[in-house]
Design a protein around this ligand. Structure first.
Ligand code: TMP
Ligand code: ASP
Length: 236
């Protein structure tokens, strides 16, 4: 199915397939944090993140959100539409954690009365700086119309995924989304996984996401596996 290697990021490799507008996305076990300054390896992360993302993309498609996802074709690979990626990270937050602690001066776990949307320029060299609508328009990373669409989708996706995880006993604390253009539409791209979301167990507060790697909390791979099992209904 792979025809030609196109490029790789820190967590995935992208290959052209026989179909001009389709790519194969291969998820790696490599883990990085803090703009790549911390490097490591999480056992079977490629499999967990590919499978979790596939299930969540399918769920969102069922809820009417268009994504790049086509099909999971191997343990750590999925077929996706080939998008023109917009170089932005759209972060949605429901509970204070991570970098928001320092921005708002509120403690970790502080519930936000409404979801907060943040925009970042996806560029490791500059440390993914936080930006706003004016930066995006002046740099022509997206049009005003595209930006409005991404914001609308980000709120919807956050709403749907919060509901999906709530019934599994998990708080969706925050998540990072990326979008791309495909035949005149804006589609959800990249992945939705414990690398790109914060998941907290409601009863124990246990962290089931990449914060276990960032903060050296141990049992990293088990946390990712837990999320997959919950989504597959093989809960614990
Ligand atoms: P932050 O609190 O570090 O700003 O992260 C917010 C959310 O975005 C969290 O779920 C982790 C995710 N994220 C990424 O997926 N990639 C990144 O480069 C960063 C900084 C955060
Ligand atoms: N994904 C980013 C990195 O690899 C940051 C993070 O998730 O903490 O550096």
């Amino acid at each position: 199915m792979k025809k030609e290697f196109l490029y790789q990021g820190k967590a995935k490799r992208i290959f052209q397939t026989e179909e001009e507008d389709e790519v194969l996305v291969e998820f790696k076990d490599d883990a990085t944090a803090f703009d790549g300054r911390k490097k490591g390896f999480i056992e079977n992360k490629g499999y967990f993140n590919c499978s979790i993302s596939s299930l969540l993309f399918k769920h969102l498609e069922e809820k009417g959100v268009n994504t790049h996802f086509l099909e999971q074709v191997g343990p750590n690979s999925m077929l996706a539409r080939k998008l023109d990626i917009i170089p932005l990270e759209v972060v949605m937050r429901n509970i204070v954690a991570g970098s928001l602690k320092r921005r708002l001066g509120q403690p970790e776990g502080f519930p936000l009365s409404q979801p907060v949307l943040e925009l970042y320029y996806k560029n490791d060299e500059f440390g993914d700086p936080m930006i706003n609508d004016y930066h995006i328009r002046v740099m022509e990373w997206a049009t005003g119309e595209e930006l409005d669409r991404m914001k609308e989708l980000a709120f919807r996706i956050n709403f749907e995924l919060t509901a999906r995880f709530r019934i599994l006993g998990i708080d969706l604390v925050d998540l990072k989304l990326e979008f791309g253009r495909f035949k005149g539409n804006i589609l959800l791209a990249d992945e939705i996984s414990p690398d790109t979301c914060r998941f907290w167990k409601q009863d124990t507060g246990e962290r089931l996401d990449k914060d276990r790697f960032r903060q050296d909390l141990g049992d990293v791979s088990q946390a990712y596996e837990n999320i997959l099992k919950l989504l597959k209904g093989e809960s614990n």
